[in-house]
Ligand binder design. Structure first.
Ligand code: GDP
Length: 385
């Protein structure tokens, strides 16, 4: 599936960069063009893969290139005011070669949180291709404002896109690792998952897939909107060292091949979702199995589809393979689309609502507290003028 990629805000730009890194390493072409949008000049300068002429600075007259802080209402305002700049960059895209748009943003901050839904709305208005979002939820230790921002942005973003893929930073922090130092590996993880999903149908050189996951399979899986979570797991192969004369790799046992695929698909589904969710609440699913061709099997993929049908209770489970000859792994990617039972979202909304109440209370008390501070109680001191 060919996408036009838009990274909004700092996290959005960095994740878009990571997806381009993955694409370059995999040598499969699935990003037709990439654009970064930010109100912070320094963050745009910090990007590496997105071409310099595809970086759009918004809000310059208001925030002078310094960003929106954690004010996502300001993020909305600057995106609405400078939507022409964004539209100008998208107009330069070869949209006729694109199957869908993907708008990426961290939902806890200011620019991405506010601007991504505005940009998604504009793309949906202008183009017939589906517009997908990729939203990153903040860690629970980032504080109430970030959580409130994410809860507000999540609601709006889901409404404005054809489907919102969600990645929960909180679920991905390794123990003992701070979120910040973990971002690089988290971004690689996100890129790997998106790369397998989008790249699977774009293999143009042999060996081509036996069962291709083309753009329409992905679009049909994501149809119906709502929220999507993506599972991934891999299993290391014990392959002989390559390049040795006369050593032809023996064919693996067929039952082992099938079993490896089905257990990897189970692990991807039950323990490794980008957003932990109750799999029974899935509306549609898609499974892609990647690895060296001799370790792929139609029987394995079909068996996994049947298992997913039972596990999710949905009859709409698509499947395919993605041959990667040099890989030392068999990997499974599982897309669960339209999930509705997601405890983390409920928690986010609850903490967000509490934070909003506290902020309103404090704001209401403020004028009186300030009056008490500035004016002496007995009115003995006169102001200068
Ligand atoms: P913005 O520039 O105002 O949109 O704000 P940021 O993108 O800096 O931050 C928004 C949220 O994104 C933060 O609360 C973090 O949860 C998250 N975040 C920041 N940087 C990264 C990153 O590199 N990767 C991931 N996965 N999340 C990030």
């Amino acid at each position: 599936m060919k996408i036009a990629l838009l990274g909004v805000g700092q996290a959005g730009g960095k994740v878009a960069d990571a997806i381009l890194d993955y694409e370059a390493a995999s040598r499969v072409d699935f990003v037709t063009d990439a654009v970064a949008v930010n109100s912070a000049r320094a963050d745009l300068l910090g990007l590496s893969r997105i071409p310099v002429d595809r970086r759009v600075l918004i809000g310059q007259s208001r925030v002078k290139g310094h960003g929106c802080g954690a004010d996502n209402e300001l993020g909305v305002t600057v995106a609405e005011e400078d939507i022409d700049e964004v539209r100008g960059a998208v107009d330069d895209l070869p949209v006729h070669e694109v199957d869908a748009f993907l708008v990426v943003a961290g939902l806890g901050g200011g620019t991405g949180s506010g601007a991504a839904p505005v940009i998604a709305r504009e793309l949906s208005r202008l183009y017939t291709e589906p517009v997908y979002g990729l939203g990153l939820l903040p860690g629970s230790d980032e504080g109430g404002i970030y959580t409130l921002n994410a809860a507000r942005s999540f609601q709006t973003f889901v409404r404005e896109v054809d489907n919102l893929l969600v990645f929960d930073n909180d679920a991905w922090r390794r123990s003992g690792e701070s979120l910040r130092s973990g971002y690089a590996s988290i971004n690689e993880e996100i890129a790997r998952r998106l790369g397998v999903l989008l790249g699977a149908g774009e293999v143009s050189k042999p060996p081509v897939p036996e069962s291709v996951v083309d753009a329409s399979e992905i679009i049909n899986t994501l149809a119906g909107g709502g929220v999507t979570t993506i599972g991934y797991a891999n299993s290391r192969l014990d392959r002989p060292a390559r390049g040795l004369f006369g050593r032809r790799e023996p064919d693996p046992d067929e039952t082992d091949v099938v079993n490896r695929i089905t257990t990897t698909v189970r692990r991807a589904t039950l323990g490794n979702l980008t957003l932990p969710a109750n799999v029974e609440s899935t509306e549609r699913a898609l499974v892609i199995v990647s690895g060296p061709p001799r370790y792929l099997s139609r029987k394995g993929v079909e068996g996994s589809q049947r298992w997913l049908e039972e596990e999710t209770g949905t009859m709409e489970v698509r499947g395919g393979d993605y041959p990667i000859p040099d890989s030392d792994y068999v990997a499974a990617l599982v897309v669960l689309s339209g999930v509705t039972d997601v405890p983390r979202i409920k928690e986010l909304q609850q903490i967000g609502a509490e934070t909003q109440r506290n902020l309103k209370e404090r704001a209401a008390q403020r004028p009186e507290a300030l009056r008490d501070l500035v004016w002496d109680g007995d009115g003995e001191i006169d102001p200068l003028f």
